[in-house]
Design a protein around this ligand. Structure first.
Ligand code: 13P
Ligand code: SF4
Length: 321
């Protein structure tokens, strides 16, 4: 069989993707950290929770997930009758990789009769071993659902775990995982920005290395809690849209600046660190998106036995908003 060679350099990817989207009845989802060209072409741009919900309620046949693997897996579990594809299978997550199933089982054996809460940044196999899942936007509410007499194993992010403990006043067993991008956004960086831009609003993702320090400073009254907000990525966008501030300092992956700036052209957004860049999130290009939608690759299908168990904690997560 002769396979026709496509000369991709001659393709106008934007136009071709738009045509294919119609032809294939496809929905293109983009996380807030994707490159601007992908965000601008997507049907929906959002955070992990929002994108999972879009996959669930969509009536499209093909879901093209421009994000990282665990997000596409979650979409596939929620929408088992749809074809979910990711344009690059190598788009992983350093945080999700900090725990595997064997490690979780050993941890559970050491702490029997506990409730396991997994952050959405975990593999489907880890979710299948969990009682609840959560995202950065509902983690506190999920923990508040757990009866007080139950011990909690929270995984895998230690900074998010510390934030939840502080917000709920509840002690948990916390897995010592971290995201390599957010961990390097430390208190020093934030404090320098506070000196440089004292009137700006500060938007901080709860995975950041600075979160514990910010909460301490807030509780001591050293920083104002009316201009320092700990939020998920969609939470940051909603907050910036309604804030009267003219300048914002953003402590998360820099991809979100495109969406913030696009929705608020008259406001100014400063990243805490220009190099807070998640290389996994940047793997998807227009060319890869074109191939993905055209060839319907790479399909993300979670084994049925895992999906059957993972759907319960995921459903609990989406019902707690
Ligand atoms: P959000 O759920 O806030 O989109 O965050 C996901 C993520 O991967 C953060 O690094
Ligand atoms: Fe994972 Fe960190 Fe990238 Fe988010 S920014 S996808 S947590 S590696």
């Amino acid at each position: 069989m002769v396979i026709a060679q496509i000369n991709t350099s001659e393709i106008n990817f934007r136009e071709a993707i738009n045509e294919l989207r119609e032809e294939k009845n496809a929905l293109i989802l983009s996380h807030n950290y994707q490159i601007p060209e992908i965000q601008d072409l997507a049907d929906v741009v959002g955070d992990s929770l929002n994108l999972s919900l879009q996959a669930l309620k969509s009536d499209k046949d093909l879901i093209v997930f421009c994000g990282v693997n665990f997000m596409a897996e979650t979409a596939s579990i929620l929408a088992p009758n749809k074809k979910v594809v990711i344009p690059d299978l190598k788009a992983g997550c350093s945080l999700a990789d900090t725990i595997n199933v064997q490690q979780l089982r050993e941890w559970k054996d050491k702490h029997p009769d506990t409730v396991v809460i997994s952050y959405i940044n975990t593999s489907a196999a880890i979710k299948a071993e969990s009682d609840y899942c959560c995202t950065s936007s509902n983690a506190v509410k999920v923990v508040e659902e757990i009866p007080l007499n139950k011990e909690i194993l929270f995984l895998p992010d230690l900074f998010l775990g510390a934030y939840i403990e502080n917000m709920t006043g509840r002690k948990m067993h916390i897995w010592p995982g971290e995201c390599h991008v957010h961990a390097k956004l430390t208190a020093n960086e934030i404090n320098t920005m506070k000196n440089d831009l004292p009137d700006a609003d500060f938007l901080v993702h709860p995975e950041c290395g600075c979160v514990s320090n910010i909460m301490y400073e807030l509780s001591e009254g050293n920083i104002k809690n009316d201009n320092t907000k700990i939020l998920s990525t969609d939470g940051m966008i909603k907050y910036a849209n309604q804030s009267n501030a003219k300048e914002f300092v953003v402590a998360t992956e820099t991809g979100i600046l495109h969406q913030l700036q696009k929705q608020n052209p008259e406001k100014k957004f400063h990243p805490v660190k220009d190099d807070a860049v998640c290389e996994y999130m940047k793997m998807i290009t227009l060319e890869k998106l074109y191939r993905s939608i055209n060839e319907e690759i790479y399909e993300v299908k979670v084994p049925e036995e895992i999906a059957k168990r993972a759907i319960k904690p995921i459903t609990r997560m989406i019902n707690i908003v």
